[in-house]
Design a binder for this molecule. Structure first.
Ligand SMILES: *Cc1c(COP(=O)(O)O)cnc(C)c1O
Length: 323
């Protein structure tokens, strides 16, 4: 595999832990968790691994300002803002919609890290991002674009390498299950699985996209990631495992399945999930286990991708509060 420039700031390897009480409650399957909620940067998450490679490129290009975009409660934006602060870059975040009345969760942390916040309003996200980038260029701020979700081939390559990290921990699960959205995590894991000769299944639980769209996106990105790493492998959309049965009422809308999953992980294992991504993916995992989708005795690794700061957003907290 080709060696890519990388800044080392994530706390790696992240631990792998058993979840015996949850496994028992679900009957017959063994569930493990890979703690990428503990990657060490500003409350952690999966974007930290990607940023190790993306920031190395920004530094090599002599950039001064990191620019990225996301939802109001974007974990990617929060981790980008923290990494920018750590390495002395300015940071501009282009956030969806209008400025909300109060700051909480990730948005509060974005401002704490000194990021400049730009609200896209009614403007299309890509258009707003391009405008902010062009303005920063005109002002001589030497901007560097961090792709949405960190999901370029360079960002995704971090998850190909994370696969090697898992195997070095001598963990060989039958299934790897996780939340999939912009597709970089899944593309990297799929590419890494092929590169390292993994025999199990890499199953992304879609958070916001129909299966066919996410499969095509992941196959495309896995292909360009493998190419970047100098590996000759071919990926087809049909080979990408995506389950899109748990989209609920849409992106960021918490419902009963997420509430149950978050509560089960909290009360059986003392583990925090988040309302948008890992709560939804865990709800899918729980439902699939109850349906008997995973053959008895198999080992399932839930790759925790972070996101807990969103638990402290009023609307989510009110929904989850039990008293
Ligand atoms: C971004 C994110 C994901 C999705 O990862 P992608 O690489 O964008 O598919 C999952 N979980 C959390 C907590 C995230 O912030």
């Amino acid at each position: 595999m080709r060696n890519l420039p990388r800044l080392r700031f994530a706390h790696l390897p992240t631990p792998v832990e058993e979840l015996p009480r949850l496994s028992e409650a679900l009957g017959g399957v063994q569930i493990l968790v890979k703690r990428d909620d503990q990657t060490g940067l500003a409350l952690g998450g999966n974007k930290t691994r990607k940023l190790e490679f993306l920031l190395a490129e920004a530094q090599m290009e002599g950039a001064r300002t990191l620019i990225t975009a996301g939802a109001v409660q974007s974990n990617h934006c929060r981790q980008t803002a923290a990494a920018a602060a750590h390495f002395g870059f300015d940071c501009i975040l282009v956030l969806a919609g209008e400025k909300p009345g109060s700051m909480s969760g990730n948005l509060f942390l974005d401002s704490l890290f000194g990021a400049q916040l730009e609200w896209a309003g009614n403007t299309n996200r890509e258009v707003a991002l391009a405008e902010v980038f062009a303005a920063a260029q005109r002002q001589g701020r030497r901007p560097f674009l961090i792709p949405y979700g960190g999901s370029s081939p360079l960002g995704a390559s971090a998850y190909a390498l994370a696969f090697g990290e898992l195997l070095e921990q001598e963990v060989h699960p039958d299934w790897i299950v996780f939340a999939s959205s912009s597709g970089g995590t899944q593309a990297g894991l799929v590419a890494g699985g092929k590169i390292y000769g993994y025999r199990g299944q890499v199953l992304g639980i879609s958070v916001d996209e129909p299966a066919t769209i996410l499969q095509a996106r992941v196959a495309d990105l896995a292909q360009s990631t493998a190419n970047l790493l100098g590996e000759t492998i071919t990926f087809k959309a049909d080979d990408i495992l995506v389950n899109a049965d748990y989209l609920g009422a849409g992106y960021g809308v918490i419902g009963e399945p997420e509430r149950e999953a978050i509560t089960l992980f909290a009360r059986l294992e003392g583990l925090l999930l988040d309302p948008v991504y890992t709560g939804r993916a865990a709800a899918g995992l729980i439902d699939l286990a109850r349906q008997g989708f995973f053959p008895a005795g198999q080992q399932i690794l839930f790759w925790h991708t972070g996101g807990a700061p969103a638990l402290f957003v009023d609307s989510y907290r009110d929904y989850l509060g039990a008293w």
